[in-house]
Ligand binder design. Structure first.
Ligand code: ARG
Length: 711
């Protein structure tokens, strides 16, 4: 008897979680049939075709890739877009001046004329998605080298994308999924006249700043609004004052009904990258070497920026966006390392690996997968820091990457002589102009100097160029950079223009800054071409592909989903609180009261605008308060998202907009590598807070009036 009760309780623990399941999975919307029944069971009230259709308008037609780095959704018949404040941040900062500071004060367009064009900003719709695995895989063999394989994939992809776009203005791309086991084609349509329509002040849009970033409970009004403009025919057109607001195939109705614990939620968007099939060996290397080093370098960059930003308002504006980007992933890597350890992710991976090894007893194709992976990481270990510095020092310090690009001049000369070289120089000149207008050279040169010292200390001697070794040996880095700052052709816009007027490769190669950057980068390329290293990387790619192939074969009833790769995905789940430990529980929503609890006049990260205080005191929440009379601010759900999903619509069971997703929670920062069913949450900004801020704080009722509000 007792046993039976226990058995029932045991089964029940499996049943209840299935009702409240943490919904892992970033699903491809064109394969929705695989999830549809599950979604219905969880409460979805839509047909599959209403979510994704290529013939009729569907929800997918309201979702755009915003600038290629975030997601936004169409929320009116006039092409109005909602995204996050941190997605619009660069556009907002670059439209600001110290007199008209939209970061500090917010901005609301009361009519179309006031909207601010943002050169370079795009909105891309997905027209269709198809599986082209067969067409590609039938041309691949196990005997091919990775190089041959990739060349073949590129060749077939080119034919497929040409066919798919012929006679249209569309673009297409083929991406690989499941570590190279499947291939899908995406046809897209990109609009390139996107304008800023509204943003709250930073004290709302970024309330809590770095302290609260990646954390819950949260109180951030992380939203901003843009509008897509089109040519007279509603097709994409370059910016022109004649362009008209885009008329969408679908605009999301906006729900002011509110949300309850357990409500069905789905999030549609463009998650950038996850590494869910990373092995335990990869995790060990990431937490022991790679991530701590990234954190250290980023900390250095941030301290240098901050020093100059605090001293000068103009510098603060110029570097606001850069600082935010570096800080976002500085904290990300701290959190990821910490939670990979806390959540024992390597051990969870080892369990899967043991299973696959057992499975391989009868499936010898997979027998050497993890042996090969382990061996590959052993070889790669030596090269971790040179890779980290290439990415954190050469490619992401603005001065350095701008100098590095001049190596394209050399390449163009080799290929197309003088003429080719001058063509490249012309493009570089434009980029440099932009650089000199936007950069603060004190920050750039100090960063170059200080991170170079770290490089000299960290990167194995034999992977450093002679120049750096010699400088470091005599403590000569400061002096070298200081002198170069006087003499280099990159020292100022004037010097660069003088060089561009009389370009010479000889002069370029002799330039002290170019020589420095180029030698570091060349040494890195050399390291990547060391035969043993190359072989290890290739071995790893092949083994990872086999791992995923075998894993799927081993669990034929499990629904697998591919890693995020900036393609359109859908994830569904529920509004749910969570308990990060036995003594802590976080409610599923936060309200404006919490903003005032967190307020700290002595800490600019937690300043509150006076206007918001007045509205709060008067409880002037309009029709946007919840049934308790509170103003809801953020809520959480167990949807599976990652960076790139920022700005994504959170939809209820009827496909109505209830929020915009903007972050994940600290306790599950390992989530990009292993989804934590019990504690992983998506943090979203409640749409009612968005509407309240637009209407009551921004006074931009015009924006609300163009939306379709539903209960
Ligand atoms: N962590 C968020 C993301 O990567 C960005 C949040 C922006 N807010 C901030 N305080 N930096 O999507």
């Amino acid at each position: 008897m007792k046993k039976q009760v226990l058995a029932i309780a045991f089964i029940a623990t499996f049943l209840t979680p299935s009702l409240l399941r943490a919904d892992e999975g970033m699903w491809l919307p064109f394969l929705l049939a695989r999830n549809y029944e599950d979604m219905k069971k969880m409460g979805l009230n839509l047909t599959a075709k209403e979510i994704y259709s290529i013939n009729n308008s569907s929800i997918k037609d309201a979702i755009v890739s915003f600038g290629g780095f975030c997601t936004a959704e169409v929320i009116s018949k006039k092409g109005l877009l909602l995204t996050n404040h941190h997605c619009g941040y660069d556009a907002i900062a670059s439209s600001s001046t110290t007199e008209n500071n939209y970061l500090e004060d917010g901005f609301w367009a009361l009519n179309h004329k006031m909207e601010i064009p943002i050169p370079g900003l795009t909105a891309t719709f997905v027209i269709s998605i198809d599986d082209v695995t067969e067409q590609i895989v039938k041309n691949l063999t196990d005997e091919m080298s990775e190089e041959e394989r990739n060349a073949k994939i590129r060749e077939i992809s080119k034919t497929l994308t040409d066919e798919a776009t012929e006679g249209t203005g569309y673009k297409a791309y083929v991406r690989d999924f499941f570590e190279g086991n499947e291939f899908y084609i995406f046809v897209t349509n990109t609009y390139e006249d996107v304008r800023l329509a509204g943003t709250p002040p930073e004290s709302i849009g970024k309330f809590g700043h770095d302290t609260d970033n990646w954390m819950y409970p949260r109180h951030t009004g992380d939203f901003s609004m843009f509008r897509i403009y089109a040519g007279a025919d509603n097709n994409p057109a370059a910016y022109s004052p004649e362009n008209k607001p885009y008329s969408p195939k679908h605009a999301l109705p906006v729900s002011i009904k509110g949300i309850q614990e357990g409500d069905f939620t789905m999030v549609f968007g463009f998650p950038g990258s996850t590494d869910r099939y990373l092995s335990s060996f990869g995790i060990e290397q990431a937490i022991s070497k790679e991530q701590p080093k990234r954190v250290e370098i980023r900390r250095k960059k941030l301290d240098i920026m901050k020093k100059y930003m605090d001293a000068d308002k103009e510098v603060r504006l110029k570097y606001a966006s850069k600082h935010a980007q570096v800080a976002n992933y500085w904290k990300y890597f701290i959190g990821q390392t910490e939670q990979l350890k806390n959540n024992n992710v390597a051990e969870k991976k080892r369990e899967i690996e043991r299973h696959l090894n057992d499975f391989a007893t009868n499936n010898p194709r997979y027998a050497s997968v993890f042996g090969n992976i382990e061996a590959a990481y052993k070889v790669k270990d030596e090269y971790v820091y040179t890779n980290v510095y290439q990415s954190e020092f050469i490619y992401t310090v603005d001065l350095n990457v701008n100098i590095f690009r001049f190596s394209f001049m050399e390449q163009a000369f080799e290929r197309n002589g003088e003429e080719g070289m001058n063509g490249v120089l012309n493009i570089l000149k434009g980029l440099m102009e932009e650089f000199y207008t936007n950069a603060n050279l004190d920050i750039e040169f100090e960063t170059l100097t200080e991170v170079l010292k770290m490089y000299a200390h960290d990167v194995p001697q034999h992977l450093q160029p002679e120049l750096v070794k010699q400088l470091a040996a005599k403590n000569g880095i400061d002096k070298y950079v200081a002198k170069a700052r006087k003499k280099s052709i990159f020292a100022s816009a004037e010097k660069l223009n003088a060089f561009a007027a009389k370009p010479s490769l000889k002069k370029l190669k002799k330039d002290p800054l170019y020589a420095l950057i180029k030698s570091i980068s060349d040494k890195h390329t050399e390291a990547n071409n060391v035969p043993a290293h190359k072989e290890a990387k290739e071995k790893l790619t092949v083994a990872n592909r086999l791992f995923v192939e075998g894993y799927r074969l081993m669990e034929p009833t499990k629904q697998f989903y591919p890693n995020a790769n900036s393609t359109l995905r859908l994830t569904y789940g529920r509004v749910l609180p969570y308990s990060p430990s036995s003594t802590k529980k976080f409610e599923y929503y936060t309200s404006l009261e919490g903003v005032f609890e967190k307020e700290d006049p002595n800490n600019p990260e937690f300043h509150v605008s006076e206007k918001l205080r007045e509205l709060y005191k008067a409880k002037n929440f309009g029709k946007y308060a919840n049934e308790k009379g509170e103003m809801p601010v953020n809520f959480i759900s167990n949807n599976d998202i990652t960076g790139g999903n920022s700005g994504s619509p959170v939809l209820n069971a009827d496909g109505h907009l209830i929020g915009t997703a903007f972050d994940g929670n600290w306790e599950a920062m390992s989530g990009d590598i292993f989804f934590e069913r019990d504690i992983q949450r998506t943090i979203s900004c409640d749409i009612r807070y968005v509407l309240f801020i637009i209407e009551k704080l921004g006074g931009a009722k015009n924006l609300i009036d163009e939306m379709e509000l539903v209960k």
